[in-house]
Ligand binder design. Structure first.
Ligand SMILES: [Zn+2]
Ligand SMILES: [Zn+2]
Length: 264
């Protein structure tokens, strides 16, 4: 059976400062999900927990109280609406969500490569594709050794332009060390985490670089990882990338129903 295009587990509302779009509400998101036959829709606003010291200026106002303004989420018989968050990972054991608050979210999206956030996640010294590729491998390895509620964790956009906005993102993906990457993916597979296929990252240019773009997902699949789809929408228009782009990416990766990450 083919991999179903019936869910979106990473999506922002107006509460995310980089959305700030009054049209992007839980209700409008649910309406889109319903109209497209989804069974699960997750809301994952940017989050930094006040229990974790030293966020940057972007994250400081986006605390649990702030993202919880969306609660209670609208209920629906067809679409399960899930309250999640996209927190931040800064290397080592530094995550923007304190263990005391893991229970407040039904899904925790963790981006390993917001390297544009210099000083918090990345740094000026990682200034080549080789260094960024090494940093990605290192962050994934470190993250996979953390004690997290893995069955409700998603590893966000492994391929994402933010990995090296100043350089060649595709070259970075090609340069990631296979052995190290496979090792981290094997751990994520065993722990039960989901690997995100973020369709906002599959813009017009990806087909010209399909080998580089798909490489890391193929390796993850070979290590037994399960996948989920995500729009990463910040505006109503952005929701469309899942139904519009997912079928082609699923086909290119040869994914089936067996490969789907299921949120508990
Ligand atoms: Zn992100
Ligand atoms: Zn996001």
């Amino acid at each position: 059976m083919r991999f179903p295009v019936d869910h979106d587990l990473h999506c922002h509302t107006y509460l995310s400062l980089c959305s700030n779009d009054p049209a992007q509400t839980p209700r409008s998101i649910l309406d889109f999900a319903k109209a497209h036959g989804y069974t699960v829709q997750c809301i994952t606003d940017h989050l930094w927990d006040r229990l974790v010291p030293d966020p940057n200026g972007f994250y400081r106002p986006q605390d649990i109280e702030h993202v919880s303004e969306n609660l209670p989420l609208p209920k629906d018989e067809q679409v399960r609406m899930v309250f999640g968050c996209e927190t931040e990972y800064c290397g080592g054991t530094r995550l923007g969500l304190d263990p005391a608050n893991y229970g407040k979210f039904d899904f925790i999206v963790i981006p390993p490569n917001h390297f544009h956030m210099k000083g918090l996640v990345g740094s000026e010294s990682y200034d080549t594709e080789e260094k960024r590729a090494g940093l990605l491998a290192e962050r994934l390895e470190q993250l996979s050794r953390m004690d997290l509620p893995w069955r409700k964790v998603g590893i966000a956009h492994i391929t994402c332009g933010l990995i090296f906005s100043e350089g060649d993102q595709y070259k970075v993906y090609s340069l990631v060390d296979e052995k190290r990457f496979r090792g981290a993916m094997r751990r994520f597979a065993a722990l039960g985490a989901g690997i995100e296929i973020n369709l906002s990252c599959f813009g017009e240019g990806w087909r010209e670089h399909s080998d580089a773009m798909l490489r890391l997902y193929r390796l993850a699949g070979e290590e037994g990882c399960k996948f989920y789809l995500a729009s990463d929408a910040h505006h109503p228009e952005g929701m469309k990338v899942v139904p519009e782009r997912a079928p082609e990416v699923i086909e290119a990766l040869g994914l089936t129903k067996e490969d789907q990450f299921i949120l508990p």
